[in-house]
Ligand binder design. Structure first.
Ligand SMILES: [Ca+2]
Ligand SMILES: [Ca+2]
Length: 135
């Protein structure tokens, strides 16, 4: 009876260790990205509940293994914006582009990169006024 309890305890500890190792690896991976606060786990996973279910960016990141200019230049979710643009680090050097303090889109979810313009309305207005004054 003591042997069965011991085996069950060891099995439980191994399962907990496996879960802890998986969560820690995901945290470490996420912290290597230039920004992750807005979309968090869903940058790489299809939902926050199913951590084993990677989206296409998660698959690309896992198979390439590092954040750099190559991964930044891909468009994993196929929505027309590069992973680098969506994570606010267009050249993939690990630092946010000037003016960015968070992700501009989710590289693992299509359909969110056209939500905002790179140039805001006030800047567009200034540019248009500049060109209008030179006619
Ligand atoms: Ca994209
Ligand atoms: Ca996207």
């Amino acid at each position: 009876m003591k042997k069965v309890i011991y085996i069950n305890s060891v099995a439980t500890m191994l399962c907990l260790l496996l879960l802890l190792t998986t969560a820690t690896a995901s945290q470490v991976d996420m912290q290597q990205l230039p920004a992750y606060d807005t979309y968090s786990c869903t940058i790489c996973h299809t939902s926050e509940e199913y951590i084993d279910d990677l989206n296409q960016f998660g698959v690309d990141y896992q198979s390439y293994g590092a954040w750099d200019s190559y991964l930044a230049g891909l468009d994993s979710d196929g929505d027309g914006c590069t992973n680098g643009f969506e994570l606010g680090d267009s050249d993939g050097n690990g630092e946010l582009d000037f003016g960015n303090d968070a992700e501009t889109g989710n590289p693992g979810a299509a359909g969110d990169c056209a939500a905002g313009s790179v140039v805001d309305e006030a800047t567009w207005g200034s540019l248009k006024a500049l060109f209008s004054s030179h006619r």
